[in-house]
Design a protein around this ligand. Structure first.
Ligand SMILES: [Zn+2]
Length: 384
């Protein structure tokens, strides 16, 4: 049924009104794009490393400023002897700031934005970079940018949300984010490619929110069929958008099913050694399962010992690349023990292999995010 008022009126509307109505979609588009254009990417302070004895900083037209002094040189040899710093052999006081019109290389690795040496102690090398460039340099460390665009876009929104949330929480500290896996792995310009830049462009400024607040969004490789609650992995309280959802999309993952050892069985003596025990393991029993069926508590018995571990601790002791998840069962036979499981990673939040499948089936990034974080929204970040 057509509800357009223009088809129901018998009088011809004024030409001016027609033109205005015709222009309406264009006006809406202009207003929407202006909102995105108004977005100012916040600057992040990303810790690259502790300051070593020698560091080379270089960029065409590189400028530096320290303690009221400044200089210009395409390459700077920065020395630190544990007490004082020197630039190209001349003593300077920290902090020290480097700027250039393009990326600045630190020991050969290029980073967008500026480089600062914070006084410490101990002094640290910091990349001051806008969040969009940061996300571009993270995507390929957390997902493959060659995956379907909607899955990469969902990941980009999560990376941006995490970064801005940490920036707010750590604004009194010396830096907002560490470039390692303790936050998100950031490779600077060297980690960028066309696909990661395109994803950041498509999702520019978009963050995951719950009732207008930034929503922390965990993710993992493959849930094995159902995602896990954060409280089951790390304790604490689950947030409203942190729910366990049936996935059913990640069967293509290489570790949807896994077995350890890959063939045969792990001997009772070898398993004891892997767990930090002496003698031989007599039994391994899952004594408590989480609400989603993962191993919450495991009891290991040897002849003279009984060890109770959380499922997470069991994975840690035996190895994250042996027990790929806590969704596991244990069998014992004359040759030893066999662990069989499903999925890889902690299982909380977005399942990357599930997101990949949903993207292949045509779902948009926002639909994928709303599936794994029920009730959350994707919005343009509007500032602190
Ligand atoms: Zn899944």
């Amino acid at each position: 049924m057509n509800h357009c008022p223009l088809t129901r009126t018998r009088r011809r509307p004024a030409a001016g009104l027609l033109i205005l109505l015709g222009l309406l979609p264009l006006l809406c588009l202009l207003i929407a794009s202006r909102k995105t254009a108004d977005y100012e990417p916040p600057l992040l302070r990303v810790k690259l490393a502790g300051l070593g004895p020698t560091t080379t900083v270089s960029a065409p037209g590189l400028q530096w400023t320290a303690g009221g002094r400044n200089g210009r040189a395409d390459t700077v040899a920065l020395a630190w002897d544990g007490k004082s710093a020197a630039v190209n052999g001349r003593a300077v006081s920290l902090p020290l700031a480097f700027t250039a019109s393009g990326p600045i290389s630190v020991d050969g690795y290029p980073f967008r934005g500026g480089i600062e040496i914070a006084a410490g102690p101990p002094p640290i090398v910091i990349n001051v970079v806008d969040v969009e460039s940061y996300v571009t340099g993270v995507i390929n460390h957390e997902i493959d940018s060659r995956w379907p665009a909607a899955a990469v876009d969902a990941q980009a929104v999560i990376i941006r949300t995490y970064a801005i949330k940490r920036r707010r929480e750590r604004h009194n500290g010396p830096f907002d984010l560490d470039r390692t896996a303790s936050d998100q792995v950031y490779g600077g310009q060297a980690a960028e490619d066309e696909a990661s830049r395109a994803s950041v462009q498509r999702t520019r400024g978009r963050v995951l929110t719950w009732q207008g607040q930034l929503a922390l969004a965990q993710y993992h490789a493959c849930c094995g069929g159902r995602t896990e609650l954060p409280s089951a992995v790390w304790g604490g309280q689950d947030q409203p958008w942190q729910q366990s959802v049936a996935c059913g999309h990640c069967q293509d993952a290489p570790r949807y099913f896994w077995r350890w050892p890959e063939s045969g069985a792990e001997g009772a003596r070898e398993l004891a050694a892997a767990l930090g025990l002496t003698g031989e393991v007599l039994s391994v029993t899952v004594t408590h399962k989480t609400a989603t069926g993962r191993a919450g508590e495991v009891e290991v018995r040897t002849r003279g010992d009984r060890l109770t571990l959380t499922g997470q601790e069991l994975r840690k002791r035996i190895g994250y690349d042996r027990l790929w998840s806590t969704s596991l069962t244990v069998e014992s036979g004359p040759d030893g023990f066999v662990f069989r499981g499903g999925g890889s990673g902690h299982g909380v939040g977005l399942c990357q292999w599930g997101a990949r499948d949903m993207a292949l089936k045509g779902l948009a990034a926002e639909a994928i995010l709303r599936y794994y974080y029920p009730g959350a929204a994707v919005e343009l970040w509007r500032g602190d």
